[in-house]
Design a protein around this ligand. Structure first.
Ligand code: ARG
Length: 471
């Protein structure tokens, strides 16, 4: 039913869910703006698990009879089977997943279904469902990011000695190894996993039993339902229980940061696979051709990963904006928490998996990397360091003198390692033939033996450690 078919004054047919002091059903427009079932049906499994835990607890506390609890559990089994079998009659008139499940349960088992809502509210229900769902997603992301790290570490080990230009300002700076470059991302994604697992730890408290906002007069056992649902403990304050959404904000923050990391490596793949670079070739599986330019191989998947972070950041801003300034406790505004979060979860999940596939499939072109690494005077710092170490010049002077060597090479159109001993001596007699050895890119990377530096042996050692830490 669409709102424009009947206009704002139209009345949705049928159900008046609020009984009592409501004479008629809501308008079509009200249903359109109010109903969340189209998206919150995604929480069905968590909603049913929460209801089951609640019913068992009500039974254990003598609030419901054993027969009622058994009927509820059987009925919930059937509801679950119907939803998963694709023949559950979802109804927008019943607003959301909570009322859809409860109404169907009551249809199946009769009065016992109507007793399920004793001592709870949709406010603590939705908070519980959403936490349970996001907890599952956090666990899934941990596995997905681990797979991505595994792919990166494997490629890093294969390319611990592959020399490429390292950049600052996207200007050739110093040679690094491709393995070293990839391991940088392993660290980033490791911190992303850490942020998500921090968020999980704080998320994992149970709102169930906060009821509408004040708690309940029934002798419920919140510790029991918390334990049954795998929460560490019940939330200590019922007002907070129903109105906190910082668990979702925290996820979105961590997701946005993870998205920035994904977008950076995606951008590098775009650059590296471009014709002027040709450092890598992306597989057919993650590229498209052009309908007019036969030579094209477009890195669409990388571009889309780069772009997906826009959605994730947008979701974070959207939910921050919804929550900002809301008075305690629950307000319907909070129903707007789910769509952006769902969208961000989907975008992040796709982006991580696509990136993992691209990294696994990547063909590396060491020759192109090496050629670029040798250009751009990338070993100038090595000469300056040599002048400090061997000649004993203060670094600033060595820097200046090296600049003159670079200019000499530049004027003659030569790379630094193409200068002869005479060329070097002509700039300054203190630069002996021995200096030539530090001007090659291999010597340069081999010399960077400081912890966390780019020397191949160090890269291999850090890769082995990364396996221990992350996989
Ligand atoms: N669909 C609602 C949501 O997502 C469930 C809670 C409704 N609570 C209420 N008092 N209307 O937030």
């Amino acid at each position: 039913m669409t709102s424009d078919s009947k206009g704002g004054a139209g009345r949705a047919s049928g159900v008046n869910m609020w009984g009592g002091h409501f004479d008629s059903a809501p308008s079509d427009l009200m249903q359109e703006i109010n109903a969340s079932i189209d998206f919150d049906k995604r929480l069905y499994a968590q909603d049913i698990a929460g209801s089951r835990a609640h019913a068992r607890m009500l039974g254990a506390r003598g609030i419901l009879s054993a027969e009622d609890v058994a009927a509820i559990e059987n009925g919930l089994d059937q509801v679950l089977a119907e939803i998963e079998g694709g023949d559950f009659p979802f109804s927008r008139e019943l607003e959301d997943i909570h009322m859809n499940v409860e109404a169907r349960l009551t249809e199946i088992i009769g009065d016992a279904g109507k007793r399920l809502h004793t001592g709870r509210s949709r406010n603590d229900q939705v908070a519980t469902d959403f936490r349970l769902w996001l907890r599952d997603m956090l666990d899934r992301f941990d596995g997905q990011l681990r797979d991505l790290q595994a792919a990166l570490i494997e490629r890093a080990e294969q390319h611990a000695e592959t020399v490429m230009p390292g950049f600052t300002h996207l200007q050739t700076a110093q040679p690094v190894t491709f393995g070293h470059h990839l391991l940088a991302y392993v660290e980033m994604f490791g911190r992303d996993r850490g942020r998500l697992s921090d968020a999980r730890r704080r998320l994992n408290e149970s709102p169930l039993g906060s009821a509408a906002l004040a708690g309940t007069s029934f002798p419920i056992d919140r510790h029991m339902t918390a334990a049954e649902l795998g929460f560490d403990r019940p939330m200590a304050n019922s007002l907070d229980g129903v109105s906190a959404r910082d668990f979702a904000l925290e996820f979105l923050g961590a997701a946005a940061i993870c998205g920035t990391h994904l977008s950076r490596i995606a951008e590098e793949l775009v650059i590296w696979s471009s014709a002027p670079f040709r450092f890598v070739r992306m597989s057919d599986a993650y590229t498209t051709g052009s309908s007019i330019m036969p030579q094209k191989r477009n890195p669409d998947a990388a571009e889309l990963v780069r772009a997906k972070v826009g959605r994730i950041m947008g979701a974070q801003v959207a939910l921050m904006t919804v929550m900002k300034g809301l008075p305690l406790a629950y307000s319907k505004d909070m129903q707007e928490d789910k769509e952006p979060t769902f969208d961000a979860v989907d975008a992040l999940s796709l982006a991580i998996q696509a990136m993992t596939g691209m990294i696994r499939d990547l063909t590396i072109n060491p020759d192109a990397m090496r050629a670029q690494a040798s250009g751009g005077y990338s070993t100038a710092t090595d000469l300056a360091d040599w002048l400090v170490r061997v000649v004993g010049l203060p670094f600033r002077e060595a820097h200046h003198l090296t600049g003159r060597v670079v200019r000499a090479a530049e004027t003659r159109g030569l790379r630094l390692d193409e200068l002869s001993a005479e060329d070097l001596a002509a700039v300054d007699a203190r630069i002996t033939a021995e200096a030539m050895a530090v001007l090659t890119v291999d010597a340069s990377v081999r010399s960077r033996t400081s912890f966390g530096g780019t020397a191949p042996d160090g890269v291999r050692a850090r890769a082995a450690e990364a396996r221990e830490r992350f996989l």
